[in-house]
Unconditional design. Structure first.
Length: 696
């Protein structure tokens, strides 16, 4: 009963500690929140002051330039320039130049009623004058309507904005427009601001900024404890308070950024202080408690030790495994009932007897003998889970698992031998072993049957391919042979007409070329990997093949999209084989597109280049390739053309050539047409690999 009472006493202490930790954590969070809100409120007030100062300075700076268009509109030289037939442009240019230098604006110019520039303050600058006509600009349209013009324009890159102010010029009529241009970067330099400031247009374009990254991240709302809503953004890697105001007359949005790092630092300091104080107080209370508990535990340990020795004797006697207590000489001191049942002996018979006699006469397990010989010395090492054969008191042998461990750090207290009868487990293992052997025999028999079936399928596939090849070759050769018989019969009658006989023989020669082409495809299909790899220019190979198809392209009215690859780009192989690859792919594309009307287009593109290989793409806008037959495209004698149009070896030859050269071909998914992607090895990579093999 005492251990249970002690456990109940410790449980409330852990609950109190948990509650204390939670209380300190909540107090620290609450104090940190109050400190952060107070600091953020001060930063908000500081930002509002900065925003007001920024707007005031910006309006004051703009007011310095708003009078310039009206000043020009009243100038007599400007009036004279706007009179018909006047030639005072040089005089007005110098007047505008002087006013521009004094006022500090970017540029001043005068436009006539049609928006054509007549005078420009920056006339000395290269390519600054004449200006383009300005009649389509907003500020010109506003001034020509008799109003004060104001327009913001953006040029080149974000943040490079210009402000145009204009005023109508009246003589005896509305004769023109006076314009002032001010770069916003120049306006920014006039503002005495040392904090991040951002000015944006009504359509959220950047007008100018100071010490702030643009564009800003998405604003995140933050609500203080008093209900005040704040907006936070991440600028220059840290969170900042964003405060903005919109100028009603200009439509501009002026924003200032205030870093909240001081508020975060203050909050962390407060949280750390509260947590540190709470931890210190908790440690003090824990120390006082532990000091009082220590004296009580010392007395409790003495009582527990006595109870533990008694419990160990009870455990040994009631354990469900055999336990034998031996001394340093290996003699039995105590044996529990389970061990007596396992060995079939009594306490009196084995007490003070060597443990080897208990295990069985003639016992010779080497690890166990070594462990028993090392008893009472520093050489002893625990023995765990050793499977041996023991002997019962009636002489019957049985399998068992034995372990030997030291009772404590003091060898004089003896050793504990654990014995487990594993007869039932061994019987189950034997049954499982027999079942596995039976299963292996069945699997082996099934595997042999599957291998035989696979061999039959391979043979059937070979016979099917041979049948398709024979039918195609017979059909392809029969046509020219039949035609040759006809031409030979005709030739017999044309012996007296040499010219007609010559044409007849020419036709027979063409038929023989066609038969040679058919047998040549079979030879190419059976051709093996070339023994010698040479550098081949992809640009040269492609140019040679395209030259062959020039007539076919004209016949189809085909649009070719091709950009030659670099001349120094070399692939590994031989020129003839790569020509065969491209000829087959381009011929197939032309044949497919010839079956449909409309615009025929062919793309040859180099889409990828790496150190080891390159990827070349041949694509057309023909009828495409059905998904159901893509897996058979590269099989020999498979074709979608009508009988007599081909043997179906073109793509098979392409695949075989690329495989022998270390490349590959595949069909890519594209909408509208077929697309073949050919991967070719680069010559430099193949040469480097060969050198490494030779060195090794």
């Amino acid at each position: 009963m005492r251990p249970e009472a002690s456990s109940r006493k410790r449980y409330p202490i852990s609950v109190i500690a948990l509650v204390y930790i939670l209380l300190v954590s909540v107090l620290a969070w609450f104090a940190g929140s109050l400190s952060r809100d107070w600091a953020l409120a001060r930063l908000q007030a500081q930002g509002a002051d900065r925003l007001l100062t920024s707007v005031s300075q910006m309006r004051l700076a703009l007011d310095q330039y708003s009078y310039l268009p009206f000043l020009l509109a009243q100038n007599t030289d400007v009036h004279r320039l706007l009179q018909p037939g006047d030639s005072h442009q040089a005089t007005v240019n110098r007047v505008l130049e002087q006013i521009n230098l004094v006022a500090g604006s970017t540029a001043l110019f005068v436009l006539d009623a049609e928006g054509r520039p007549l005078a420009f303050s920056n006339w000395r600058e290269e390519q600054a004058f004449p200006l383009e006509p300005q009649r389509n600009e907003g500020y010109f349209q506003q001034a020509i309507a008799g109003e004060q013009g104001l327009e913001l324009q953006f040029h080149e890159k974000p943040g490079h904005a210009r402000l145009y102010m204009s005023a109508p010029v009246y003589t005896d009529r509305l004769a023109g427009v006076a314009v002032m241009r001010l770069d916003m970067s120049q306006l920014r330099e006039q503002l005495a601001i040392e904090y991040p400031l951002i000015v944006r247009s009504p359509d959220d374009q950047l007008i100018f900024k100071t010490e702030a990254r643009w564009p800003l991240s998405t604003a995140v709302p933050l609500q203080l404890g008093n209900g005040t809503e704040l907006s936070l953004v991440r600028a220059d890697g840290e969170l900042s308070l964003l405060q903005s105001v919109k100028l009603d007359d200009l439509g501009w949005t002026v924003s200032v950024l205030t870093a909240i790092r001081p508020a975060q630092y203050r909050s962390r300091v407060v949280v750390g202080s509260v947590l540190g104080g709470g931890v210190a107080l908790g440690l003090l209370l824990l120390y006082l408690r532990e000091s009082r508990q220590k004296r009580r535990l010392q007395l409790e340990r003495m009582r527990e030790r006595a109870r533990s020795e008694e419990q160990q004797r009870d455990i040994i006697n009631t354990a469900q495994v055999g336990l034998v207590h031996i001394d340093q000489r290996g003699r039995v001191q105590l044996i529990n009932p389970m061990a007596m049942q396992i060995f079939g002996v009594s306490v009196d018979r084995v007490r003070n007897q060597p443990v080897l006699r208990l295990l069985g006469e003639g016992f010779s397990a080497l690890p166990l003998q070594q462990a028993l010989e090392a008893l009472g010395t520093d050489r002893f090492r625990p023995l765990t889970g050793l499977e041996v054969v023991g002997q019962r008191g009636d002489g019957n042998a049985f399998p068992m698992m034995i372990s030997i461990r030291q009772m404590s750090q003091q060898p004089e207290l003896g050793y504990l031998v654990t014995v487990i009868d594993i007869s039932r487990r061994k019987r189950l293992e034997q049954a499982l072993r027999e079942a596995n052997e039976s299963l292996e025999q069945k699997v082996e028999a099934r595997t042999q049957a599957l291998e035989a079936a696979q061999a039959e399928l391979v043979q059937a596939g070979k016979l099917a391919a041979l049948g398709r090849m024979s039918a195609s070759v017979v059909h392809e050769l029969n046509q020219p042979m039949t035609a040759m018989r006809t031409y030979l019969a005709i030739a017999d009658r044309l012996l007296e007409n040499p010219e007609a006989l010559r044409k007849n023989l020419k036709l027979q020669e063409q038929l023989l070329d066609r038969m040679a082409l058919i047998t040549g495809q079979l030879k190419t299909f059976a051709y093996r990997k070339p023994e010698r790899i040479e550098p081949v220019s992809l640009q040269q190979v492609t140019a040679q093949v395209l030259q062959m198809f020039r007539g076919r392209f004209e016949e189809l009215s085909l649009q070719l999209h091709y950009e030659p690859p670099p001349a120094e780009l070399l692939i590994a192989g031989d020129n003839a084989r790569y020509e065969q690859v491209l000829i087959n792919l381009i011929k197939n594309a032309c044949d497919a597109m010839s079956e449909q009307s409309g615009v025929h287009e062919l793309w040859l593109e180099l889409v990828e280049v790496s150190e080891q290989s390159l990827l070349f793409e041949v694509r057309d806008n023909g009828p495409g390739i059905a998904a159901a037959i893509r897996g058979q495209l590269f099989e020999p004698f498979f074709t979608t053309k009508e009988v007599g149009q081909g043997l179906g070896l073109g793509l098979a030859i392409v695949s075989s050539i690329l495989r022998d050269l270390g490349g590959e071909i595949r069909v890519a998914d594209r909408e509208g047409g077929a697309c073949f992607q050919v991967r070719m090895p680069r010559y430099a990579a193949v040469e480097r690999d060969n050198n490494e093999v030779e060195l090794s």
